[in-house]
Write a new protein. Structure first.
Length: 279
């Protein structure tokens, strides 16, 4: 049995890790972007980001004041779990008070603050898997980037070119608002809600790794090149790197549709995962 306290402690540690320590894949991408950058202002902004990352780890404090909306992806296998939802909520509450995290969550209408544990928040996505563990992945999603997401219910005839055009258009329209260099997650197919969810899940992949489907991999590379060619650059103030990567996932859809969900992530591409086994 996986106990509630194990879940609480795991979520707490994952949120703390995600808020403070950026993944090596993202740090490497930023370091490579600095080497490529030929704009003085672009170099200045990337250096500031890298210094920020270094100080967050050194002082054990969140790398960004927006510590995000708590989104937890759960892969639930063939295990016995005690009070899954309560364990997750308690872990988020503990992280909020002890890391500490900014209490971002409010009532959508009254705007009354509920800390980071409110009505249907944390957001929990459960996927059933045929494995002997439960896996938790936390994605603290800041809203400087989230506010620039977009959905298009495209017609099938728009095809691959239509998808690429919408991805590039959405990323460039965001400008400096999501604190570029950004990572762009794209979901293709399913329904309207599933396309955006796929876009978020795409962001969980490592920056720099390509989709194993060669057609999708080619789309990722082309979109990334087109976004960076525009020259918006770090923080939208000019330079060679507007995006660190474009990540695409797809699923089947209805014959009459082509949903495209584009999810924008700031340079603080934060997430952390852990597995628990039934002992």
């Amino acid at each position: 049995m996986i106990r509630e306290k194990q879940i609480e402690d795991t979520i707490y540690q994952l949120y703390k890790q995600a808020a403070i320590v950026l993944g090596d894949d993202v740090k490497s991408a930023l370091e490579e972007a600095l080497i490529r950058e030929d704009s003085e202002l672009g170099q200045l902004n990337i250096k500031a980001i890298l210094k920020n990352i270094e100080l967050a780890e050194e002082k054990s404090i969140p790398m960004c004041q927006d510590t995000g909306l708590p989104i937890i992806f759960v892969k639930l296998g063939n295990v016995r779990v005690e009070n899954l939802y309560e364990g997750i909520k308690k872990g988020v509450a503990k992280a909020t008070s002890e890391v500490p995290l900014r209490p971002n969550v409010v009532d959508s209408i009254t705007r009354k603050n509920s800390g980071n544990v409110g009505d249907k928040v944390p957001i929990i996505d459960i996927e059933l898997i045929d494995e002997d563990y439960v896996e938790f992945t936390i994605m603290p999603k800041g809203f400087g980037s989230e506010n620039n997401n977009a959905l298009k219910m495209a017609l099938p005839a728009e095809g691959i070119e239509g998808v690429k055009e919408f991805v590039v258009e959405t990323a460039l329209k965001a400008g400096g608002k999501p604190c570029p260099p950004i990572v762009v997650g794209v979901g293709i197919g399913g329904s309207s809600d599933m396309a955006l969810k796929l876009g978020k899940k795409a962001l969980l992949g490592k920056v720099g790794e390509r989709n194993p489907d060669p057609t999708i991999a080619e789309m990722e590379i082309e979109c990334l090149e087109r976004i960076n060619k525009d020259g918006k650059g770090p923080m939208g103030l000019g330079g060679r790197t507007t995006a660190l990567d474009v990540k695409i996932l797809k699923m089947d859809t209805h014959t009459a549709g082509l949903p495209i969900g584009v999810v924008i992530q700031c340079w603080a591409d934060r997430h952390a995962s852990a597995r628990l086994e039934d002992n």
